[in-house]
Design a protein around this ligand. Structure first.
Ligand code: THU
Length: 137
């Protein structure tokens, strides 16, 4: 796993928490925040953005990564996620697939619960045998 310092973990969880405050979640009332760190040191924050038609809802993780990719980032060091729940926050299946497009399999994903307690998982543990561009050869 890519090395990540304790202070950086706390810092990223704090930023993800700030992002969670921006969630637009009038339907589920479940607020999620994400903080994605690019290789160049920049942070990209995202929240979930829901929709009256439900399906178009965008998760916090995808908001963060789409913002980053739009800004020209293609390589990432770490992701932190925090939500309202008691369980550790984990990305949904769609977000795992989107993350696998740009993030290395050993990228740490910091999964935080609402108290800020966390566990760290490698992306490859969240999406083993990921389908990626390598499979298209
Ligand atoms: N959600 C996220 O933003 N990230 C996840 O990893 C799981 C789910 C959002 C989508 C929806 O707005 C709400 O949480 C309930 O599913």
């Amino acid at each position: 796993m890519i090395e990540i310092h304790d202070y950086e973990i706390k810092n990223m969880i704090r930023m993800a928490e700030e992002a969670r405050d921006r969630a637009y979640a009038p339907y589920s009332k479940f607020h999620v925040g994400a903080c994605l760190k690019a290789k160049n040191g920049a942070y990209y924050l995202g929240c979930n953005i829901e929709n009256a038609a439900y399906t178009p809802t965008n998760c916090a993780e995808r908001t963060a990564i789409f913002k980053a990719v739009y800004e020209g980032e293609r390589e990432f060091d770490a992701l932190a996620i925090i939500w309202d729940g008691d369980d550790y926050a984990v990305p949904c299946g769609v977000c795992r697939q989107v993350l696998a497009e740009f993030c290395a399999p050993d990228m740490p994903v910091i999964c935080s619960n609402k108290e800020g307690e966390y566990k760290i998982m490698e992306l490859r543990a969240l999406l083993p045998e990921a389908f990626t561009k390598r499979n298209l050869k």
